[in-house]
Ligand binder design. Structure first.
Ligand code: G6P
Ligand code: ZN
Length: 565
């Protein structure tokens, strides 16, 4: 369909400070994005950063359904049209999960995509919004690109826009408009089709279906999936109901809502309490929840047996051969982010597979995947994924677990117990102190750094209630990308102990206000009597050592963390 010919306008703007993308794009309160020119500036800077690639390019646009997504899509269409973009591929209703954006960028070989999400942060007029650029590999833009965008925002004088383009994005359709004498195409596509097709290529749907439906000799494996009113709803419905025949009563919160129904759509034991309780009390063998934009996952077994993300990664690593995709591609390597517990490291050693440790942020995995060095990776922050795309992928992780369970014929808990028998267990916990005063948090990080850099800190014996840890190595973690040589510095303060245990302190890069302090504790045990013990109990000495040496309570005034995972 061809509409009328339109012309672009140049609008003078004002500069906004602080448009620096964090771990995953620019994330701020909705009210910040609603300021005059604020969103337009950032979109213009993002397009500008594409340089020579901009004119004639194709970009994917979609978001997690939160408040302001549709408004932002409308603005992006108008700005992209005015900037010489040839085609936009937009999810129907503005909906595309983050993994779906990555899938579509790769499938249609576009120059990139704009993801509208603040991930797991709450949504609604008084909550958060975000804009993230993904490159042509389907992954989050690396630091050099996000820095370029930021630099442009600091000097931007104007942006280009065509205010009178108005397209119904709720309808699957293709619209062509002549802009400044050039064709501009907007394809509004089915939000789930391409992603579901990819999942069907990767996994053994027949065996998952058999597991879920049960057979003459096996009862049905009962699952409960909770989309937390986020973007995964339509994907979950299509995959689990239509393709795998699961009754919709086992699929909860599958209608994307602009405010996530008031939920904090982060799949962990605190914010996904509903799922945890339902599984604890109900007849379910398995539960999974996903975050607002669909890239995070939490996996539970019967009676809400919790699989830590670090263990989830290690178990999948040990069983990848059960998944058709990896039978075809082979296993090229495993990776985890630095603060993630080192469980997968042991699988790598045993299987003779390459292993990488990278800073927090999914973008760091992308180069390794593009270079053919990495098949599977994960983070303690409930992210798991593979080189099928360049984002972490919640629904993929859930299907991977079901594929592995179907292959092994064991319960989630027995899979974990058997895994620990072979590899030992890494106990892990993370304490989050959200929305601390930024200056206090910076001061605390500085004092920890000063303390651990003292020459006599190495070799110190740190004790708590009879348990002793000897400091072996300390640093402010830095990383050099083995593919392109790029460097990331100051990625977290690490205290490594002689027995392999670790304490890590980091400031979050995804918050929208104040500072979030993260304290990570990882400790390895190979004595089977410990395996079924509570992580908080086993880790108590190290937690107390970490709190004491950091003087966290004194610096922040916080007596307890906001969230423990
Ligand atoms: C997002 C990123 C992850 C990261 C997580 C926590 O989900 O995609 O890569 O691990 O946020 O980041 P933060 O900087 O808040 O610890
Ligand atoms: Zn997310």
């Amino acid at each position: 369909m061809t509409a009328t010919s339109v012309r672009s306008l140049t609008v003078n703007t004002r500069i906004y400070e602080g448009q620096k993308p964090g771990t995953s794009g620019l994330r701020k309160a909705v009210k910040v994005f609603q300021q005059e020119h604020y969103t337009e500036n950032f979109v213009q800077a993002t397009l500008h950063a594409l340089g020579d690639q901009l004119t004639g390019c194709t970009l994917v646009v979609g978001g997690d359904g939160r408040f302001y997504v549709k408004e932002a899509v409308t603005r992006i269409i108008r700005i992209a049209a005015a900037n010489g973009v040839r085609k936009l591929i937009v999810g129907q209703n503005g909906i595309l999960s983050t993994p779906a954006v990555s899938t579509i960028i790769r499938k249609y070989k576009t120059q990139g995509g704009i993801v509208l999400t603040a991930s797991h942060n709450p949504g609604g007029p008084d909550a958060d919004f975000g804009i993230k650029f993904n490159c042509d590999n389907g992954g989050p833009a690396p630091d050099n690109v996000t820095n370029k965008i930021y630099e442009i925002t600091k000097t931007l004088q104007s942006y280009k826009i065509i205010p009178d383009i108005s397209i119904d994005i709720d309808k699957v359709q293709s619209v062509s408009i002549e802009v400044d004498g050039r064709p501009f195409i907007i394809d509004i596509i089915d939000s789930v089709k391409d992603y579901v097709e990819l999942m069907k290529e990767i996994f053994d749907f027949a065996s998952i279906r058999k597991l879920l439906q049960g057979s003459a000799d096996k009862p049905a494996f009962k699952i409960l999936i909770n989309s937390m009113n986020g973007v995964t709803g339509p994907y979950v419905k299509q995959i689990f109901s239509t393709e795998l025949g699961i009754d919709e009563t086992s699929l909860v919160n599958i209608k994307p809502l602009e405010d996530f129904g008031g939920l904090h759509p982060d799949p962990n034991l605190t914010y996904a309490k509903d799922l945890v309780n339902a599984i604890k009390e109900g007849p379910y063998d398995f539960g999974a929840a996903f975050d607002g934009d669909g890239d995070r996952n939490m996996i539970l077994g019967k009676k809400a047996f919790f699989v830590t993300p670090s263990d989830s990664l290690a178990v999948l690593a040990a069983n990848l051969k059960l998944i058709p995709y990896f039978q075809k591609t082979g296993v090229k390597g495993y990776a985890r982010s630095m603060p993630t517990a080192a469980a997968v490291d042991r699988v790598a050693v045993k299987n003779g597979v390459k292993f990488f440790e990278v800073p927090t942020g999914w973008k760091y995995f992308g180069n390794l995947m593009d270079a053919g060095n990495l098949s599977l990776c994960g983070e303690e922050s409930f992210g798991t994924g593979s080189d099928h795309i360049r984002e972490k992928d919640g629904v993929w992780a859930c299907l991977a677990w079901l594929n592995v369970i179907a292959g092994l014929g064991k319960s989630v808990e027995n899979i974990l117990l058997d895994h620990w028998k072979v590899y030992g267990r890494n106990f892990f916990t993370r304490y989050d102190y959200e929305n601390c005063d930024s200056a206090c948090a910076d001061k605390m990080m500085q004092s920890i750094e000063t303390l651990i850099e003292k020459p006599d800190f190495i070799g110190r014996q740190l004790q708590y209630e009879g348990k002793e840890y000897i400091v072996k190595q300390v640093d402010n973690y830095s990383y050099t990308d083995s593919v392109d040589g790029s460097k990331a510095t100051k990625q977290g303060l690490r205290i490594l102990f002689a027995d392999g245990s670790r304490i890590v302190f980091r400031l979050s890069g995804t918050g929208s206000s104040g500072a979030t302090i993260r304290m990570y504790i990882d400790s390895y045990e190979n004595d089977p009597v410990t395996f079924e013990k509570d992580a908080q109990l086993i880790l108590k000495p190290l937690i107390n050592i970490a709190l004491k040496l950091s003087e966290l309570c004194q610096h922040t005034g916080r007596k307890a963390p906001t969230v423990i995972t």
